[in-house]
Design a protein around this ligand. Structure first.
Ligand SMILES: [Zn+2]
Length: 210
């Protein structure tokens, strides 16, 4: 009788273990396929040698450049924006819009797998941090107050940027040039990738960098 009970319980344990393994395998299958980007790992002291002081502060220490001081917030050439640290293509000029915030703003990344999004609870806020998927460099944050319909150009002057948005009358006089180049590019998503210029390197369609 006792051996019978041991037999039953060991069968039960075996079944339980099997069920757990199966459940774990199923859960693993459901995980999104990890992107094909191979992470670049460098020590912080290596990055310090490669990057400028401003780049190191933003990319490696999650800093934020001052609004309206970067070189791309009012930049309208056609091309791609690469990671300033590792040159991974991150954003296209086709998804760039004038948010009026003083930071280059995009409604979508060039490739979803090229950016990594993480919850950032710093500074008493809950924000979604955006990083380069290859080198882990900090790019900025993504908010859900981006354009949804056709881009009219200078309509988003009051964009919210908790904590570090522009104060006062900044943003007035933002240009309306973007309205002329909305054609058959990607559709606005309602997202606003608010990115530091210093984290980016522009490459025009003709291949020259600025
Ligand atoms: Zn990178």
């Amino acid at each position: 009788m006792k051996s019978m009970r041991i037999y039953v319980s060991s069968v039960a344990v075996a079944f339980l273990v099997f069920a757990l393994i199966a459940a774990a395998a199923t859960a693993a299958d459901k995980k999104p396929v990890k992107n094909a980007i191979t992470m670049l790992s460098r020590s912080e002291s290596e990055w310090k040698k490669i990057l400028s002081a401003d780049q190191f502060y933003v990319l490696r220490q999650q800093g934020t450049e001052r609004a309206f001081t970067g070189k791309y917030h009012n930049h309208h050439a056609e091309g791609r924006y690469l990671c300033a640290a590792c040159n991974l293509p991150l954003f296209s000029s086709e998804a760039k819009f004038d948010s009026g915030t003083g930071w280059p703003s995009f409604f979508a990344p060039l490739e979803k797998a090229h950016v990594e999004e993480l919850v950032d609870l710093s500074h008493g806020m809950r924000r979604i941090e955006v990083r380069c998927a290859r080198c882990g460099g900090h790019l900025g944050h993504v908010f859900d107050d981006g354009p949804r319909g056709p881009l009219p150009g200078a309509d988003r002057k009051s964009s919210k940027h908790p904590g570090d948005g522009p104060r006062g009358p900044l943003g007035s006089g933002a240009d309306t040039r973007s309205s002329s180049r909305q054609s058959d590019g990607p559709k606005p998503t309602g997202l606003r990738y608010c990115i530091n210029s210093v984290s980016l390197r522009f490459e025009s369609d003709s291949g020259s960098q600025r």
